[in-house]
Every structure is written in C-alpha cells, then in structure tokens.
Design a protein around this ligand. Structure first.
Ligand code: ATP
Ligand code: MG
Length: 371
C-alpha cells in the first residue's frame, strides 16, 4: 500500500509495469494478471510478486529484469525492486492405488500364530458390515487359511467375472462380506508349498484381480509373523493401517512387538491403528460377570505404551466365540454381549481410520527391490 511518504503510488508502479510483456504474449504483465495484487511501495522500495505458468519458466529471469528496467525507466533510477517469482507447485502425486474403488485397506497381523487373528478379522468384517459399511475380506494366510470355515464358506469356488474387458475373480459373499481366500484355490493339504514369490504372486492376484468393486474397508488376514510375503504385500498395496493381534502373555506380546516394528520401519511406514488384545480374560457362560486372567493381565496395555500405539480393544475368551467360529457364523452376527463387544470394537476401528486419514497422508507404495 502506498502512503504520502512514498515516492510513488501503486497505480504508478502498475502503469510502469504495463510496458512489460511476457515474450509472445498478447497482453502486458499487468493486464494478463501476472503481477499479483501484493504491490508494496516504501520510499524507493517497490515489491510485488509475479506469477509464472511453468515451474521452470525459461523467461523468468528476463521478465523480472524487464520489470526492474521498466520501473527505473518510467519511475526513477533510484528504485529498488524486489520481485518474487511465484512458480506453480508441482501437482502432488497421489500414490498409485491398485484398488481405486477401495477406500481403506486394513492389514490384520499377529506375531504369534493361534492368538485369534482370524477370529478377530472375521468378526470385525461382519461387525463393520452390520454397521452399514461395504466390506471385503481377503484371507491371505497361506499357511492356514481358516477364514472360509469361520465365515461358512468352506468349499466355495469363486467364479470369474468379465469387468470392462478384464477377467476378475468374483468374491464369495457371506454375512454381507465379500470374501476371497487363498483357501478357495488350494488343497489345504498342500498349503505349505505356497511359499515365497509364488505365494506373493497368488496373493497379489487375489487382491488386484478380485472383483471387489467399491468398498469402505478391505480387511486382510495376514499369515502370522513377519516374512517377505508380508513385506511384499504391505509395500505394494498402500495399506491404510494395521491392527496387531496379541494375547496378554509375554510370549505373544514379544512377537507382536516384532510385527509392530515391521509396520513402523521407515521403509514400510504403515500406521498401526491399534493393538487388539484377544483372550484378555476368560469369562464362563454361567458367570458372565467373572473375569479370570488366565493368560496374565495388562500385556496389551504394556505393549501399546512401549510401542507408542494404542490398545484399541480387549476381547475376552468366551466359549461361544469359538463355537460360532466353528459353525461359520461369527459371534458378531448375534445380538449378545459378545456381539456388542465386536460392534464396539468395529466402531473404534472406524474412528481410528478416520483419525488416521485426517492426520496422515495416504501410505505410499514403495518400490520393492528384489534381493
Ligand atoms: N476370544 C476368543 N474366545 C474363544 N475362542 C477364541 C477366541 N479367539 C480365538 N478363539 C479360538 O482360538 C482358536 C485360534 O483362533 P484363530 O484361528 O482365530 O487364531 P489365528 O491367530 O488366526 O491362528 P493362525 O495362526 O492359525 O491363523 C480358534 O479355535 C478360535 O475359535
Ligand atoms: Mg488364522
């Protein structure tokens, strides 16, 4: 802004700058809008910004020099010009998303086997669907794909669907959840030969060539532990976040800690949405108020503190959970205390994902270097 002590008015500055034009342009730099309305005059000092169209504009220097020249020629040789080039910021490149219709991918992992990862994943899937979300579930546990049984889909054979000229694998739908399992394609007896690259490729195919459509959540039941398969899957998918399942005893939390460090490794950098402590206490059906801490107490809480993550749920050991899993109808489907426990857990997961998406950028896919 100009005032009475200044040598020139803003209008005079603009009039002088009208003598300059960008090479090849029809309009001068004022009329074309290159000169921004931040012109300041203070004594002999004139400052303003010039907007350029290209990040590396070949005429940036010459237009700035021509502007300085014009100010001196038309106003005063004394003028000190301070011209700030405004260059376009390169567009933020969104990481490539292999599944554009899928809003959030959540990996469910555990360090140790048998801690209830599949039980947690299937119940979470069903509870999210119950809350009205569009949910997919990929059983990526090549060593023991148990999701088909837990979801009542044992022996299902997914069909191929032609979508926009591409052949995709149609997930099986159970309890409102779209389901694909490595178990649909392998003979359980031969599950162990699915190792390394072969397993990664098969899993990659199930994910990328699954006809998932639009989903709010795609849950992935990972094999236990931390292997190359995990790394490949995690690094190529742009996973929104991970849930780490553990039981309270230290043999389980020690292994879970390794899983957490894998996600938190700077090369992987997948946010841990929370720790799920399963089998936190045992509650007998006939004494629903009683809690017996048969695997110890507070393991999940301690692990969360140590790893700066949060304990997102504690799920008790209850016989009906296991029975429902064996029957292929996850307990989360039932109106019961345990059903509600899983609905509450699902609500916490939704909140954690929303918070994560508010505060962090999408997880980058990382280039996987072959060893
Ligand atoms: N909260 C629970 N209450 C009762 N039974 C449970 C609970 N969680 C898991 N189970 C039972 O414990 C057994 C192991 O659970 P699950 O198969 O989910 O574990 P996992 O971590 O997926 O194992 P794996 O490493 O073999 O994949 C199952 O029989 C399951 O029904
Ligand atoms: Mg399992």
């Amino acid at each position: 802004m100009s005032n009475s002590t200044n040598a020139f008015t803003t209008e005079q500055v603009l009039a002088a700058l009208k003598h300059v034009s960008y090479p090849g342009a029809d309009l001068d730099i004022v009329s074309s809008g290159m000169v921004q309305d931040d012109v300041e005059v203070e004594g002999n000092r004139v400052s303003f910004s010039l907007r350029f169209q290209k990040a590396r504009d070949p005429f940036q220097k010459s237009v700035i020099r021509a502007s300085e020249r014009a100010l001196r020629d038309y106003l005063s040789e004394e003028i000190e010009a301070e011209i700030h080039p405004l260059l376009p910021t390169p567009p933020v490149t969104e990481p490539e998303r292999p599944l554009p219709g899928v809003k959030n991918i959540i990996a469910v992992s555990s360090g140790k086997g048998g801690v209830g990862k599949s039980t947690i994943t299937t119940n979470l899937a069903v509870a999210l669907a119950k809350l009205g979300y569009r949910v997919g579930l990929l059983d990526a546990d090549i060593y023991g794909p148990s999701v088909p049984r837990m979801m009542g889909a044992e022996g299902a054979k997914p069909l191929l669907a032609e979508v926009e000229g591409k052949e995709l694998i149609d997930p099986v739908i159970r309890h409102g959840v779209k389901l694909l399992s490595i178990g649909f394609f392998i003979d359980p007896e031969h599950a162990l030969i699915w190792r390394g690259t072969m397993a990664s490729n098969a899993l990659g195919q199930l994910i990328r060539e699954g006809n998932w459509g639009d989903l709010d959540y795609l849950l992935i039941d990972l094999p236990p532990g931390t292997s190359d398969i995990h790394l490949t899957l995690i690094q190529t998918l742009g996973i929104t976040g991970a849930l780490v399942v553990t039981t309270p005893q230290s043999v389980a939390t020690d292994d879970a800690r390794k899983g957490i460090s894998m996600f938190q490794d700077e090369k992987v950098n997948v946010p841990v949405l929370g720790i799920v402590e399963n089998m936190s206490w045992f509650t007998p059906a006939e004494l629903p108020q009683n809690r017996y801490y048969i695997f110890g107490k507070g393991g999940g809480e301690r692990l969360a503190k140590e790893t700066e993550t949060k304990l997102i749920a504690q799920i008790p050991l209850v016989q009906s959970v296991q029975e429902a899993a064996d029957e292929g109808t996850p307990i989360a489907l039932k109106e019961s205390i345990m059903g509600q426990t899983f609905v509450d857990f699902a609500t916490k997961v939704v909140q954690a994902v929303e918070e994560r998406n508010r505060t962090l950028a999408p997880t980058n896919k990382v280039e996987v270097t072959k060893r």
